[in-house]
Ligand binder design. Structure first.
Ligand code: NDP
Ligand code: 2IT
Length: 450
């Protein structure tokens, strides 16, 4: 059968939409990948015949479960939890857990789908998965968060394992939550094993894991800039978010001689024209992980800084790092960045830019590093945490720092291999999609029809 006899992109996407009603985030993520993969597959009949993309876009399984817990006032509360095990062709399912009221099956399916390509890009043996719950940790006591995490793990434990599925953190899941979940897994199974990553340093967590996503996103940016003969030093940056990824991205930009102008949360953003230096970043980390406060408090603490509702993309800067959540940078905001002279965008978050926004960046030939490449440093160091746990050893901070730097350089190289447009412009979306797809697809071909 000739390639032309197989479904085209439009027919494929019609099918995806029909099979996944009411799941816009998932359809968006598949569309973004399918555009490039259909072009890549143009002359590759074997991928069409084996229906590889269709199979990757159909999760291996989705586990959905009730999570009951009791709040401090003894009210019984009911949440919904999920684990989406998207694809384990090249390694155990791997990907974070998100606790946020906006979590739906569509959001977790998009994240698990993206994770499959991201994990492939790292070069490490990890498949793609994602989980979470529509639980809002904001305003909850530590005891409430603990009870929720324990209840969540009481169901999840039977579906995961160090060679099966290894979750980690994501929005709303940091060191505290991983600790509670790991404790419960260990208690139920009576096994100490590397079933979660992002663990505390005292109990098997890897050095460099907390920093890895944010630092990695800046390393990716640095690689893109170097490719163009530029450097981070002396450049200004707008960053969204104020959690794990945003604060570590800000830290690395600052260390490299750049100046960070903004951080944000779901309430709005702060603009500090003097720059958010290390001391201020440490203050934000404490605010967010210990005091669990709001970013607006920054403007009360540091003079010269102002708080604004909305998102930071209209602030003029050379670089932009969206590090909060999906679809937080739309077409108009992308246009504002471009017309204000922004030169490079590196996504710490997953799918933060809408499809229309991405088109604006491409049309402007801006350096644009999509999340599945730019934020892969986090899961890459998670992969190294798995290796250390299996070997029962721990590597030092310096060694892991070097490994992270090399991994991000390797991802950048893979993206340029498939994304170089021949005129000096690198389409990093295309590069990441094709390089990520190829490894998974070839593994799936080897397995036959399963
Ligand atoms: P955190 O929970 O540490 O921080 C999330 C930040 O984003 C907070 O500032 C939060 O504000 C803000 N935010 C969350 N949801 C929204 C929303 N709907 N609108 C506006 N702001 C929002 O999460 P992380 O830093 O870990 O994750 C940030 C992004 O990075 C996510 O897209 C995640 O998937 C991605 N990522 C994370 C990795 C990791 O290792 N942690 C690895 C790779 C990607 P508020 O406090 O108001 O909720
Ligand atoms: O989106 C991501 O890559 C993560 N949340 C981290 C996943 C992981 O397993 O470390």
């Amino acid at each position: 059968m000739a390639v032309s006899d197989h479904v085209n992109l439009e027919q494929f996407m019609e099918g995806v939409k029909k099979r996944n009603p009411g799941q816009p985030e998932f359809v968006q993520a598949v569309h973004e990948v399918a555009q490039d993969i259909f072009e890549f597959m143009e002359d590759k009949v074997e991928y069409h015949e084996a229906q590889i993309l269709r199979r990757i876009a159909e999760p291996d399984r989705i586990i959905s479960f009730r999570v009951c817990w009791e709040d401090d006032n003894h009210n019984v509360r009911v949440q919904r939890g999920w684990r989406v095990q998207n694809n384990n062709a090249i390694g155990p399912y791997k990907g974070g857990i998100r606790f946020h009221p906006s979590v739906t099956e569509s959001v977790l399916k998009f994240l698990a789908f993206e994770q499959t390509f991201k994990n492939s890009l790292t070069g490490l043996p990890m498949g793609g998965g994602k989980g979470g719950a529509n639980f809002n940790p904001k305003g909850k006591s530590d005891a409430e968060v603990m009870r929720f995490c324990q209840s969540f793990m009481t169901e999840l434990y039977r579906h995961i394992g160090p060679d099966t599925d290894v979750p980690a953190g994501d929005i709303g899941v940091g060191g505290r939550e991983i600790g509670y979940m790991f404790g419960q897994y260990k208690r139920i199974t009576n096994r100490w094993e590397g079933v979660l990553t992002g663990k505390g340093q005292e109990y098997g967590g890897s050095q460099m894991r907390p920093e890895a996503t944010g630092y990695g996103a800046v390393y990716f940016l640095q690689n893109m800039m170097k490719h163009k003969g530029m450097d981070v030093e002396g450049h200004t940056a707008v960053i969204s978010g104020s959690g794990n990824v945003a604060t570590h991205a800000a830290e690395k930009i600052t260390q490299l001689g750049g100046k960070v102008l903004t951080l944000s949360d779901s309430g709005g953003f702060i603009h500090d024209p003097d720059g958010i230096d290390q001391e201020k970043i440490d203050w934000v980390k404490h605010l967010k992980t210990v005091k669990r406060g709001r970013i607006s408090e920054y403007a009360d603490e540091f003079k010269g800084a102002t708080f604004h509702e909305g998102r930071p993309w209209n602030v003029t800067a050379d670089l932009a790092l969206p590090c909060a959540t999906q679809n937080e940078l739309n077409e108009d905001e992308a246009k504002a960045l471009v017309s204000n002279g922004c030169k490079g965008v590196s996504e710490g978050a997953n799918m933060p830019t809408t499809l229309e926004g991405v088109k604006v960046f491409h049309d402007a030939k801006l350096m644009y590093g999509p999340g599945k490449a730019a934020n892969a440093g986090g899961v890459a160091v998670s992969g190294l945490e798995m290796s250390q746990n299996s070997e029962r050893i721990s590597w030092n901070h310096e060694r892991l720092g070097e490994m992270l730097t090399d991994l991000m350089k390797g991802i950048h190289e893979k993206c340029t291999e498939y994304g170089d447009q021949g005129d000096g412009y690198v389409d990093y979306v295309k590069g990441a999609n094709i390089a990520g797809f190829k490894k998974v697809a070839d593994a799936m071909l080897a397995f036959g029809v399963v």
